[in-house]
Design a protein around this ligand. Sequence first.
Ligand code: PRP
Ligand code: URA
Length: 213
Amino acid sequence: MPTEYPNLTVIAHPLIRHKLAVLRDRETSKKKFKELVDEIATLMAYEVTRDLPVHDVEIETPLERTTEQMIAGKKLTLVPILRAGLGMVDGVARLMPSVRVGHIGLYRDHETLEPVDYYFKIPKTPEERHFIVLDPMLATGGSASAAVSSLKKQGVARIQFVCLVAAPEGVARMLKDHPDVQVFTAALDRELNAQGYILPGLGDAGDRLFGTK
Ligand code: PRP
Ligand code: URA
């Protein structure tokens, strides 16, 4: 769905909208929340990978030889931003089982809302890979922007960012800091509150996934 932001793609499929509605509900259990994040990530992965290059391959069917197409080009790497991004990994990897998974550890300081980094591990030769960064929430955009900057510092050139709920502030921050990175979201919400939470949002994604406060 086109938006006013050139860097934003909203994937508003009815299945995604339905599952997102249940995800937002404060009464949704931790178990159900985890299942829904996983399922929405799978559905979004279909759209996020739409433009991956393919190349011709020769295949012997039981009846004859034919030309088919397979994904070509740079190898894919998923990078969840810890912690909440972890909830999206299996959902995406289900469609691409050979994908590598890196990890970026960041948390938002509750006072300043600035990201604090504590872990970084990605596959060797990152410049040869295509990265998909995963985090359910794009709020101020500080965490997403810092994660993308860390990847670029390692020589990564091809990056997509996938979230479930985005705030306009976060999308604008990504457009300013990383206009080359397309942001995919299931919903573009209204605004941030004074504490940096997305409205209407779904609350604290990490806490709801892992049952902590
Ligand atoms: C949440 C979320 C993002 C970040 C978004 O993580 O998962 O990483 O906040 O906010 P921002 O766009 O303003 O940076 P949090 O800091 O709560 O860490 P956690 O996943 O470890 O709970
Ligand atoms: N992080 C979350 O988990 N939720 C928000 O609404 C904002 C940041």
